[in-house]
Design a protein around this ligand. Structure first.
Ligand code: SF4
Ligand code: SF4
Length: 300
């Protein structure tokens, strides 16, 4: 495929300004997640719903949920305080597209009031196709889709159920619908020039031998970056009940290098919380809570 100079420059810029897409950029540019999306439309077996979405975050962390207007205000305040802030993302604490009004209202407000900030979305992908036009219209430049399997036979052991178009599905049928929507969404996003990262949770004994295939398929669908993250087994989850263990560092590294022939692998992910603020290595979320913001907003 030939890429025109303009598109190439555009792509390089998108990569260079996002701390998660460029290992180099993560030293210079900061990101902030705003937690406006509490509900979720699927049940992953590594999630107990007490904490932030484990597709993007470390289990055990509970972010402070904000209303869209609070999230917009917070973005403006933090942009004033942290000049390196380049990206505002929505990654939970549930699934952003299971809370479409809140998510889209937040992005719209930031787009209107702070047009130099780039927008980023993380989703399980179930509802991507429903909101693809809005994502493009709001100029959301980066989207992360968590894809743990491309084979429904494996997916059925990872997801207990999905809630899709007013109906609950379980087992193989749930995994078939979810995977179909994720891959269609990924393809549609990349066709529209939106830079996509795929997160996959490495679950020993469940999808470890399958992730190479996932890497291959998501590359074919246009993903720019693959981020394989280790499962963190949280209490009160289906995987904790099944006795699933966390992978060893060597297992994770080995898998990442065996996939790296297929596509670019992310190695600097910090599994940030849904309200993370700052450079990737230094989370300042505690500093910018609702309470502190009230005292700060008078300055902006
Ligand atoms: Fe939990 Fe996120 Fe999975 Fe929803 S998509 S069940 S919030 S890990
Ligand atoms: Fe970037 Fe990983 Fe943090 Fe997401 S969770 S903002 S991909 S470092």
């Amino acid at each position: 495929v030939s890429v025109s100079t303009n598109t190439r420059v555009d792509l390089d810029e998108k990569i260079m300004n996002h701390p998660c897409y460029s290992e180099e950029a993560h030293h210079y540019f900061a990101r902030m997640h705003v937690a406006v999306a509490p509900a979720c439309n699927i049940q992953c077996n590594y999630c107990n719903r007490m904490y932030d979405c484990a597709n993007e975050s470390r289990p055990g962390v509970v972010s402070e949920v904000l209303k869209p207007e609070e999230a917009i205000k917070k973005s403006l305040v933090v942009a004033g305080e942290i000049p390196q802030l380049s990206v505002i993302g929505i990654a939970g604490p549930g699934d952003p597209l299971a809370n479409p009004e809140k998510t889209l209202a937040t992005f719209k407000g930031i787009r209107e009031q702070a047009s130099d900030l780039r927008l980023c979305l993380s989703t399980n992908g179930l509802k991507l196709m429903d909101y693809i036009d809005e994502i493009q219209a709001l100029d959301i430049e980066h989207v992360t889709v968590t894809i743990n399997a491309v084979d429904p036979e494996i997916g059925k052991d990872i997801y207990s159920w999905i809630y899709y178009n007013g109906k609950r599905y379980k087992g193989l049928e749930a995994a078939e619908i979810l995977i179909k929507q994720q891959l269609a969404g990924l393809e549609a996003l990349t066709e529209r020039g939106i830079l996509c990262k795929v997160n996959s949770v490495l679950i020993p004994g469940v999808n470890d031998l399958h992730l190479k295939e996932v890497s291959k398929v998501v590359k074919e669908k246009g993903a720019f970056l693959h981020n394989i993250m280790p499962i963190i087994v949280a209490e009160d989850t289906e995987f904790a009940r099944r006795g699933i263990r966390e992978p060893l560092a060597e297992e994770l590294n080995e898998l990442r290098s065996s996939c790296s022939g297929d596509m670019k692998m992310m190695k600097h992910c910090r599994q940030c919380r849904a309200d993370a603020v700052g450079l990737l290595g230094e989370d300042r979320s505690e500093e910018f809570t609702k309470k502190h913001l009230e005292t700060m907003t008078s300055r902006y």
